[in-house]
Design a protein around this ligand. Structure first.
Ligand code: ADP
Ligand code: MG
Length: 406
């Protein structure tokens, strides 16, 4: 099989599925990747730095506008029932219908809120969205901390921007998608996921300043260095909507207020001694994670630009320890994955994503990937944990229009 051939076949399958479900060919197919965050966890809503990269795994949407029909969204997913194992069903072939004149989250099945939310956010900005049909297909693992949700939002947003001729630039589309996730889905996330998906480029990580929203491409050509990043999906399902995340956001706000700054971004390493005196111990631990994590992003960027990816291992390890000990967002499965990978020869490893489950990442030599994967699986078996999913990822392209001829 030639490179890209399988991909073209899956796009053709999506197009054919669309025709079966909705009748007629879609107006087009748009793809947007999931992301993995190489460094900078929970720094985004503290107006700090993050360093994600776009994956080759993506959500793809076949979309057609129905300008003459009723203003309804009809949407289905090829993934079938329950992509995240959460009891939210998205039966293959089962079409969810939503009235676009009165969009309310309560009227939309949970999995379709990511799509409806983008339409809602466009409406908030004064765009009129007519009837629209969407068939979704995604190979971004759901609920694994790789942002399958942002991939869906960004693919839909890019599609509608083009089909409606709305002329929204990508930086603004990031905010459209963030608004959908924050205010329609109800998950209080920053701009990290959507920025990586819309602004990422192959062979690079995206260094993003979450205050200014300025970003820079940082070379991350793992393949050229015979490296891969292993993603170890622990299968422990997190829920951003749950209290843990909100408590952490609140603790960071408390820390910033206690130190008299607008956001923890404004606290450097040199103020940690003072912070330990003025803050209670629990808040101080949260603050110390954010402050040191911001510095680790800067250090990782510098290391990538000068020494290359083989030199970033110690920052990955330190980040995990900080999330485990200071921020309290790891879990036994993530700790086991990281420890087993480190012991089996990874250059560095850390949990990634919002925490409370999801995935860990480990930077390894291509030649060692198999052995590291085996070591992690054996450790999980010995501990009696569910077998993890382990796969190798490389930086991929950002959101874009696809064709079935690609
Ligand atoms: P993450 O973004 O880390 O993958 P989220 O909880 O933010 O986790 O988003 C996962 C949710 O996105 C799922 O519960 C489901 O509602 C929706 N989702 C993801 N992929 C698909 C898909 N292929 N089809 C239907 N819904 C999906
Ligand atoms: Mg998500």
């Amino acid at each position: 099989m030639k490179p890209g051939e399988k991909d073209a076949a899956s796009l053709e399958q999506l197009s054919a599925g669309f025709a079966t479900l909705f009748g007629g060919r879609p107006d087009g197919i748009w793809a947007a990747p999931g992301r993995v965050n190489l460094m900078g966890e929970h720094t985004d809503y503290n107006e700090g730095f993050v360093l994600p990269f776009a994956l080759r795994n993506s959500a793809r949407v076949a979309v057609a506008l129905r300008p003459s029909g009723p203003a309804r969204l009809r949407v289905a997913s090829l993934q079938g029932a329950d992509p995240a194992g959460t009891g939210q069903t998205a039966l293959a072939g089962e079409i969810a219908e939503v009235d676009l004149d009165r969009l309310e989250p309560a009227d939309v099945v949970p999995w379709a809120r990511y799509l409806a939310g983008v339409i809602w956010a466009l409406q908030q900005r004064g765009h009129h969205v007519p009837g629209v049909d969407v068939l979704l297909d995604s190979d971004v693992p759901s609920g694994a901390g790789l942002s399958s949700s942002a991939a869906i939002e960004c693919a839909v947003a890019l599609a509608l921007d083009e089909l409606l001729d709305a002329g929204i630039d990508r930086e603004e589309l990031v905010l459209v998608c963030q608004q959908a996730e924050n205010d329609f889905v109800g998950a209080p996330t920053g701009i990290l996921d959507q920025s990586a998906s819309l602004l990422g480029t192959a062979g690079h990580a995206l260094f993003l300043d979450c205050r200014s929203r300025l970003s820079r491409q940082v070379p991350l050509d793992l393949a050229a260095e015979s490296l891969v990043l292993l993603v170890i999906d622990t299968k422990v399902v997190h829920a951003h909507e749950s209290g843990g995340y909100k408590d952490l956001v609140a603790a960071c706000a408390r820390g910033a207020a206690g130190l008299g700054v607008p956001a923890l971004r404004d606290v450097g390493l040199e103020r940690l001694v003072e912070a330990a005196e003025v803050l209670d111990a629990a808040t101080f631990a949260r603050v110390r994670h954010i402050v040191t994590e911001n510095q680790r992003v800067l250090d990782t960027v510098a290391a990538l630009e000068t020494g290359g990816p083989r030199t970033i291992g110690p920052f990955l390890d330190a980040s995990h320890a900080s999330m485990r000990d200071d921020f309290g967002i790891s879990c036994v499965e993530l700790d086991a994955a990281v420890e087993a990978a480190q012991q089996a020869g990874a250059f560095g490893a850390r949990m990634t994503g919002g925490g409370f489950g999801g995935s860990a990442i480990a930077l390894v030599d291509v030649a060692a990937a198999e052995a590291v994967g085996t070591a992690v699986r054996e450790r999980f078996a010995a501990e009696g944990y569910r077998p993890p999913d382990i796969f190798a990822v490389q930086p991929g392209a950002g959101a874009r229009r696809r064709t079935t001829q690609a």
